[in-house]
Design a protein around this ligand. Structure first.
Ligand SMILES: C[S@@+](CC[C@H](N)C(=O)[O-])C[C@H]1O[C@@H](n2cnc3c(N)ncnc32)[C@H](O)[C@@H]1O
Ligand code: SF4
Length: 416
């Protein structure tokens, strides 16, 4: 790991100790004591595998996918035990391509509803091929209220660079006009070679024209372990593009919901990340609780084998020191571009000012944040630097960890 990220971690956690992920784990997850809990379900199957994509997935095979869902449902019951029903915020299905198992989504939701009361809706990631009247109807009947479609770009040249098929916007519009959802989000990738502001504006306006009310603009990340040879844009060029696109969205009156997401309707939101705590089910799914972070095995076969033995499929667990948990909290809360000091104080039963007053003062002097009442709001400059360091940490932490977990189902320990 780079020296700068190591020093940054040591400074913020006030500790020389690295993040140590160990292969011991809790069979009983203490989620009942956690407020503001979300749910996540991972479906690791795709029709074809994109070579730039870092997520845990394998080629779709009907028999394997069905067996996987059987054990996923069992994992839900193993985690929930005989606890009473717990109120949760939202449920998100990600992947992979979850709609490949569309006929079983309802069953998974029902299993979760035996143990949880979902109050803020159910979201699912879709591949453009899933956007048909038939599939959308099945998902809506299952209880899905939000969809997020992985467009990447409406322009053929970028789909070609990414090795994906062309997307026909009119075909999507036809299905989206008929079957309505509260949030229709579309994912785009930016900072691809030679991409311009004009290219991105065209993508955004096409998205809104065909029925989206929300979009995500993800910076392209060139993961070390993926076989892709697409190179990400240089920092300065990327900064200009991100700032220009943000200014464009502000001028159009779109709301910035998180660092990379915007909407043209205040009720639209799609974020499986900005939650204080969450439970993740499925291969590679992560769980964040008050005092621990855990990650399930990436190996589908080992995932099934563990659950067959009535054991949780946890691969690694990180037990937080208080400062580590604070850094984790601030990092993910800042993703929403705002940190509310009252929420922090309530979560940690101590004051944000006392713990990170100096850092916040420096951030204000540097022009990264502005204070409005109890809320620290990121400026345009702050949002770029957040985005920049997120990219940096993704490569320092996630790239290393996922790179190992793709080959080892249960590594002994990973130090980051
Ligand atoms: C699980 S995929 C989306 C759903 C669906 N499987 C699809 O491909 O359309 C989630 C999103 O992550 C983003 N993504 C994948 N690989 C990326 C990379 N290397 N850099 C940045 N974003 C990436 C893409 O925008 C993608 O739509
Ligand atoms: S981008 Fe989507 S379709 Fe492509 S491999 Fe990743 S999850 Fe699968």
């Amino acid at each position: 790991m780079g020296l700068i990220s190591k020093l940054g971690r040591m400074w913020l956690t006030r500790c020389f100790k690295p993040f140590i992920f160990k292969n011991e784990y809790d069979e009983v997850l203490p989620y009942m004591e956690c407020d503001n809990l979300g749910l996540y379900v991972h479906i690791p199957f795709c029709k074809s595998l994109c070579n730039f994509c870092p997520y845990c997935k394998v080629k779709y095979d009907e028999a394997l996918a069905n067996e996987y869902i059987d054990y996923l449902i069992k994992e839900i019951h193993l985690v929930a035990l005989n606890n009473e029903k717990k109120q949760v915020t939202s449920l998100y299905f990600g992947g992979g391509t979850p709609a490949l198992v569309k006929s079983r989504i309802k069953e998974i939701i029902e299993a979760l509803k035996e143990h949880f009361i979902i109050s803020e809706g159910i979201g699912i990631e879709l591949h453009p091929d899933d956007v048909t009247i038939d599939t959308l109807t099945i998902l809506k009947d299952a209880g899905v209220t939000k969809i997020s479609i992985g467009i990447q770009s409406f322009q053929d040249k970028y789909q070609y660079i990414l090795g994906r098929k062309k997307v026909d916007p009119l075909k999507l519009k036809e299905a989206l006009d008929k079957i309505k959802f509260e949030t229709v989000s579309m994912d785009f990738i930016f900072a691809l070679p030679n991409q311009t502001l004009d290219d991105l504006i065209k993508d955004i306006e096409t998205a809104f024209m065909i029925g989206a009310n929300h979009f995500a603009m993800y910076p392209f990340i060139d993961f070390n372990f993926t076989p892709s040879n697409v190179k990400a844009m240089k920092k300065r060029e990327k900064e200009r593009l991100l700032n220009d696109i943000t200014k464009y969205c502000m001028e159009k009156g779109y709301t910035r919901n998180t660092i990379w997401t915007f909407s043209n309707n205040n009720d639209a939101n799609y974020s499986s990340m900005t939650r204080d705590n969450f439970l993740g089910f499925g291969a590679s799914a992560t769980t964040l609780l008050n005092h621990q972070f855990k990650i399930n095995t990436f190996s589908i076969i080992d995932y099934i084998e563990r659950i067959k033995q009535n054991l949780l499929p946890t691969s690694l667990t990180l037990r937080f020191t208080k400062r580590q948990r604070m850094v984790y909290y601030l990092f993910w809360t800042a993703y929403s571009t705002k940190v509310n000091k009252v929420d922090f104080d309530k979560f940690f039963k101590t004051s944000l000012q006392k713990m990170y007053g100096f850092e916040l003062l420096v951030a204000r002097i540097m022009g990264f944040v502005k204070k409005k009442g109890n809320v620290y709001e990121m400026t345009l400059k702050g949002a770029f630097y957040y985005h920049y360091y997120e990219n940096f940490y993704t490569l320092a932490y996630i790239d290393k960890m996922w790179g190992i977990l793709r080959h080892e189902a249960f590594p002994k320990q990973i130090k980051l």
